[in-house]
Ligand binder design. Structure first.
Ligand SMILES: C[S@@+](CC[C@H](N)C(=O)[O-])C[C@H]1O[C@@H](n2cnc3c(N)ncnc32)[C@H](O)[C@@H]1O
Length: 559
């Protein structure tokens, strides 16, 4: 594990209490010199440049030769002192923890990527602009022969530096030949990172300090690790030693984040700070990507001092076995977060099959290792992991069938069937619920609206357990649910004579959901769909309030 020494003596901020005064949505700009200090894990005194023996206990990024200079620097540093610091452990490497109490919605980081490039396995994508490439008759760069969306992109700034390197492959072994998804793009981001060595030495230092698991990746003959490095070394004859080539390729596999390009293709990016968030399958930090790949990280729940700040590498809505596979194979660790340690996954039974013999019992996994056995805690009946996964895959195949949820009756019956097999918050139930909502989205009859509302409410609860707090998913779910509830309420009012006190309470509830949706979606950065969705939520909330006031005043008049 490539860990930098972070065991410098800590000097606690004397005025730490002042740093608590952050409100949701605020963020602190972390200047590049602080980022460098985080990357390097040490440094010189922030005042006199002498060798530093002490570190600001609040953030761990500013170093000082002694107390005198720390005190002198505080008025300047307090506005920039990030609300987290980096610590490390032999098991988890470096990671960020809160250095003060943080409210939900606090922006922690906003940063640009160091490098962006195609995914390791990618559809055809233009190296000049990351735009999609359509059809078989696509243009190619006249120098390096890689596919482009138009010939103008051959001279784009993104492609300029790598083009002569790629052009050394005179036999065109590397460039993709067909429209098929291909592994050949894997090399591009590695080259873009390697080019930073001369172009941006600070960024290069950051890349070289990233966790990589290079040795294990080579030992396991991981997909593309060996092939890409051989291509760079033997075909492109890059002037870097083989270990550096392996390390950069492996650092991308460990730290690269999938984002959407400006042209809406899937690409991956390397971030200097965001890569320091460790994993928890119940994350407390939410990432949103805005304009030109700017990544924003914000808290989703209130966080105590010293609590690790974590994102979920796999996505929190993945079942246990998929999280386990990805975390062990791609990230080379076994997760021991509260959810992974709890066989019921925080009471959701998200991955557990029902016991076929006992009513109301769910089979629990015995261990996190590959040889998991699922066992009923009551009758001790066992199923192998393979059996459990096969059952689930059969169900997932069924869920994909077009006509299984396309009428209210079918959707209701199929969801009931799923609940007979699995817990009502199981992963398969969630996938079935998503499909049912999708297929019923134009069905605005009263029973279908009622079913949709029931499903949304259950999903809101499930998400709040697995991915708690102010996430974009919660904001969008509350918006969708609020809109449907408002539609159902209007239908009920038009078609009948609802019991007014209950009905007004229901409208109040809708208004609350839409208010929360607005507040959450407003936290999304500019350049995402967040602000427009927040506006829609606010408009719908105003509509619900207006309806409520109209009914409220007419019911008062009637009395
Ligand atoms: C993107 S990096 C995160 C920063 C990293 N810890 C470091 O020292 O640079 C991902 C790597 O961090 C480690 N890691 C992340 N979350 C972990 C966790 N919950 N438990 C153990 N190791 C973890 C794994 O080695 C993983 O491959």
């Amino acid at each position: 594990m490539s860990m930098n020494s972070m065991y410098l003596p800590l000097l606690w901020c004397q005025q730490q209490h002042k740093c608590d005064a952050f409100t949701p949505g605020q963020y602190i700009h972390i200047p590049p010199d602080l980022r460098t200090n985080i990357n390097m894990g040490g440094g010189s005194c922030g005042v006199c440049d002498a060798v530093a023996s002490m570190t600001c206990g609040g953030c761990g990024t500013m170093h000082y030769c002694g107390k005198e200079h720390q005190r002198q620097h505080w008025p300047q540093h307090r506005t920039q002192c990030p609300p987290y610091k980096m610590i490390s452990s032999p098991e988890a490497g470096r990671y960020l923890v809160a250095s003060r109490r943080l409210p939900a919605g606090q922006v922690l980081v906003e940063e640009q990527p160091l490098a962006v490039g195609p995914l390791s396995i990618s559809e055809l994508v233009c190296l000049g602009c990351h735009g999609p490439i359509i059809g078989d008759d696509f243009p190619r760069c006249p120098e390096c022969w890689w596919p482009l969306c138009s010939l103008e992109c051959a001279s784009s700034s993104l492609h300029q530096a790598e083009c002569p390197i790629l052009a050394t492959d005179v036999k065109h072994i590397g460039p993709p030949t067909t429209q098929m998804e291909t592994l050949r793009y894997d090399v591009i981001l590695s080259i873009r990172c390697l080019l930073l060595k001369s172009k941006d030495p600070t960024a290069w230092q950051t890349l070289m300090s990233m966790e990589h698991h290079s040795e294990q990746r080579q030992l396991n003959q991981e997909d593309n690790q060996v092939v890409t490095v051989r291509y760079m070394s033997e075909v492109l004859k890059l002037d870097y030693d083989i270990e550096t080539l392996h390390q950069i390729r492996a650092a991308i596999a460990t730290n690269g984040m999938e984002i959407r390009s400006e042209k809406n293709t899937r690409v991956r990016a390397m971030y200097p700070m965001v890569r320091l968030f460790n994993n928890s399958c119940v994350p407390n930090v939410h990432l949103s990507c805005g304009v030109e790949g700017t990544m924003q990280a914000r808290t989703t729940v209130p966080i105590k001092i010293g609590e690790p700040l974590c994102i979920c590498y796999t996505g929190a809505l993945m079942p246990a076995w998929e999280r386990y596979d990805t975390l062990t194979k791609t990230y080379h660790f076994t997760c021991n977060c509260t959810r992974c340690e709890d066989p019921t996954e925080l009471g959701t039974y998200f991955s557990c099959p029902r016991c076929p013999d006992c009513t109301g019992c769910y089979m629990l996994s015995s261990t996190w290792l590959d040889e998991t056995v699922w066992r009923c805690p009551t009758c001790k009946l066992e199923k192998t992991d393979t059996q459990v996964r096969e059952d689930i895959n059969d169900w997932l195949q069924r869920i994909l069938m077009d006509d299984i949820f396309n009428t209210f009756k079918r959707a209701k019956a199929t969801l009931q069937e799923v609940e007979d097999q699995f817990h009502a918050q199981h992963y398969v139930w969630m996938r079935a619920a998503h499909s049912a909502l999708y297929q019923l989205c134009d069905n605005n009859t009263e029973p279908a609206l009622k079913l949709r509302i029931k499903i949304w409410k259950k999903l809101v609860y499930l998400y709040s357990v697995l991915e708690p707090g102010l996430t974009k998913r919660r904001g969008m779910t509350l918006l969708e649910m609020g809109i449907i509830m408002l539609r159902a309420a209007k239908l009920e009012y038009d078609e009948g004579d609802p019991f007014m006190p209950e009905f007004l309470k229901q409208l109040q509830e809708i208004s609350e959901y839409l208010k929360e949706a607005t507040q959450i979606l407003q936290l999304e950065p500019v350049g995402t769909r967040g602000p427009a969705l927040a506006q829609r939520a606010e408009e719908k909330r105003a509509e619900a309030e207006e309806f409520l006031h109209r009914l409220d005043s007419s019911s008062v008049r009637a009395e």
